[in-house]
Write a protein that binds this ligand. Structure first.
Ligand SMILES: CC(=O)CC(=O)SCCNC(=O)CCNC(=O)[C@H](O)C(C)(C)COP(=O)(O)OP(=O)(O)OC[C@H]1O[C@@H](n2cnc3c(N)ncnc32)[C@H](O)[C@@H]1OP(=O)(O)O
Ligand SMILES: NC(=O)C1=CN([C@@H]2O[C@H](COP(=O)(O)OP(=O)(O)OC[C@H]3O[C@@H](n4cnc5c(N)ncnc54)[C@H](OP(=O)(O)O)[C@@H]3O)[C@@H](O)[C@H]2O)C=CC1
Length: 290
């Protein structure tokens, strides 16, 4: 039975997961290495809950109760009594492995550990814990409060009871489930990221500029966001990590990350979160950078 949920990493996914989890009545403990990041996550959650109040999706009482259910911690000790901990730190395998290794020493033995990884093998991450049978991939989509889908991914050792508990938890959040086998980038990102990478090649080869490529896919294929706008929204560091996992994991050159994507990440132009990517977000309106 899940009552208290820990969330490790309070970036855009961490704050979204904390938001929907608290709104669904669970107690939430939000963890991050940085106090500033925790404070800014709480401000974002409050702002997004307030938008939902304005739209009459929830009441002001729901907003207040959700906020009161979220506490913050900078240590793993603060997660010790959680029934489920969802890791959503950066998409780097060594960071995640270290988190799981340290986390498991403080958790109660029956606690379930999950990763919101976009691409990394659940079986491999599970092997860095003391409880592979209680480890699972719970992959939310961005923005979490608005997207209906969550992918569930079992590692080779994930037990049936863990899968069933995770499924029940996701249903309580009001999300739909797609079950994916444990292959690089699962289902959504196996299909979405090569499309985004191809859009970056289209830019790199000068077939179109940023505006033309995004307008083409928004108006010509009815995508809600153009692929370059979406890449900036996901985070270019995350997009590159996913392409690297696909490239290495499937050993097929069709997944090679576009050199222009590599260059943007090397420049620290990570998209919206760093104010610059395929668009510059520092002014009133986003301005294409190419
Ligand atoms: C990388 C991975 O591992 C996996 C992934 O997640 S891949 C990324 C998947 N996500 C996508 O593909 C998203 C594609 N984009 C979309 O679907 C849409 O653009 C969108 C749903 C994000 C926004 O839709 P929109 O109609 O253009 O946006 P917008 O008008 O800004 O927002 C709709 C409403 O939601 C609200 N909203 C936006 N973000 C919100 C949030 N985080 N929390 C709560 N409410 C939010 C807005 O306030 C807005 O309300 P109003 O209509 O009252 O203004
Ligand atoms: N962006 C997206 O669209 C989606 C992303 N994901 C996945 O979710 C995860 C997080 O992505 P996202 O939220 O976008 O990334 P962000 O960069 O927005 O946030 C990552 C957060 O994790 C923190 N962090 C880094 N190292 C640690 C650590 N050791 N312990 C605790 N916190 C840490 C970072 O802190 P600091 O900034 O101080 O380093 C930051 O606050 C990734 O695995 C990603 O692949 C899944 C679905 C969609």
């Amino acid at each position: 039975m899940i009552r208290k949920v820990g969330v490790i990493g309070s970036g855009q996914m961490g704050n979204g997961i904390a938001h929907v989890t608290a709104l669904s009545g669970f107690d939430v403990v939000l963890n991050d290495v940085s106090a500033d990041q925790l404070n800014s996550a709480m401000a974002t959650i409050n702002a997004n809950l307030s938008r939902q109040v304005l739209k009459k999706i929830i009441t002001d009482d729901d907003r207040e109760k959700a906020l009161s259910r979220i506490s913050q911690t900078q240590t793993f000790d603060g997660l010790a009594d959680c029934d489920l901990v969802i890791e959503t730190a950066v998409e780097k395998e060594e960071v995640k492995r270290k988190i799981f290794h340290n986390l498991c020493t403080v958790l109660k033995p029956e606690a379930i550990v999950a990763s919101n990884t976009s691409s990394i093998s659940i079986t491999r991450l599970a092997a860095s814990t003391d409880r592979p049978e209680k480890f699972i991939g719970i992959h939310f989509m961005n923005p979490v409060p608005l997207m209906e889908l969550v992918e569930l991914i079992r590692g080779i050792a994930t037990g049936d009871a863990t899968f069933d508990t995770a499924k029940e938890f996701v249903i309580k959040l009001g999300k739909q489930i797609a079950v994916s086998e444990d292959f690089p980038a699962f289902i959504v990102n196996r299909i979405l990221l090569p499309m985004i990478n191809e859009a970056i090649y289209t830019l790199y080869e000068g077939v179109g500029n940023v505006e033309a490529i995004d307008a083409a896919m928004r108006l010509g294929a009815h995508h809600p966001m153009g692929p370059l706008e979406l890449a900036d929204f996901i985070g270019l560091d995350t997009c590159l990590s996913i392409m690297q996992v696909l490239h290495e994991g499937l050993a097929d050159s069709k997944y090679r990350p576009c050199p222009l994507l590599v260059k943007y990440v090397e420049a620290g132009w990570l998209g919206r979160k760093s104010q610059r990517g395929f668009y510059d977000y520092r002014g009133e309106k986003p301005v294409p950078t190419r």
